[in-house]
Design a protein around this ligand. Sequence first.
Ligand SMILES: Nc1ncnc2c1ncn2[C@@H]1O[C@H](COP(=O)(O)OP(=O)(O)OP(=O)(O)O)[C@@H](O)[C@H]1O
Ligand SMILES: [Mg+2]
Length: 306
Amino acid sequence: MREVFGTRPWREPDDVPAIISVSNFKGGVGKSTIALHLAQSLAIKGYRVLLIDCDSQASTTMMFGYRPDIDLGENDTLYGHFHDPELLGVQSIIRKTHFFGLDLIPANLKLYNLEYEIAAHLARTHSFDIIDLVSEAIHSVVHDYDVVVMDPPPALGMVSMAVLQAANAMIIPMPPSVIDFSSTVSFIDMARTTMQQLEEAGSRVRPAYNFIRVLGSRVDESKSMHRELLAMMREVFGGSMLSSVMPTSAEIDNASSRMKTVYELERAVTSHEVHTRCLNHLNAVCDDVERDILRTWSSRAGKGMI
Ligand SMILES: Nc1ncnc2c1ncn2[C@@H]1O[C@H](COP(=O)(O)OP(=O)(O)OP(=O)(O)O)[C@@H](O)[C@H]1O
Ligand SMILES: [Mg+2]
């Protein structure tokens, strides 16, 4: 229908596709939850989205109905592409999903071997070209998409480094706790140093971010400590913080225990009120990110279309 009515939100060919990494080396901060809901939300709006599971835990892959280590072989993930980019080509590991407009590059445990193999390659060749692997894979297919969303593992290892290198935008989910705050600050610091080192080492791809946003995740505003820390985060990160936050919601846990996202639930698992509140928060976060994306597209920016 969008095609017929001319309301498809696709980017113009000259607009740079958004390649968003949802990163933080702290585990369990909501990276996969945000990456998955963001990818689905954008697909629902009619964008062409590629979601890349870069985490060998493969929790995002599971949400698409795969049993990663039974249904998928090593050649079905980025690991396969790493071994034989010529033969396989990244196109062959992209899968259609049950979501219209949303494609997936899945992961499984084998992907973890990439950590060792990239490190061994670096030690053997002293060349950082291998870090450009993910970037080159994306660039060979990105013309078919408006947005690429990447879900990296909770570590600043080789794969995460390659993901940071490939991205042109970053969302950093961060729960409002002192521990998460200090580890996120260390993550940002380390990511910056790593990117600088890669640039000095002559990596072919020069990372440049169109936007970096810290997102308050797993927020419980009934806790005074969360409210205080959120206020501090807004002060410290200023305009780099997304204005909407993602609160802790029982509906997210309920949906994920049914191997679904909140967008896929046919009806509320909790109460109608909790379900609607959760959807509203998810939509607000995804709308904020969509606005950031559109600002980077010259066909939209400054034309009152955002
Ligand atoms: N806003 C939320 N409300 C309630 N539960 C949440 C929320 N965000 C995430 N969770 C739950 O917390 C757990 C961890 O979330 P998630 O897998 O998204 O984090 P992650 O940062 O990707 O973790 P990892 O570092 O292990 O990859 C999951 O069980 C998820 O369902
Ligand atoms: Mg995850």
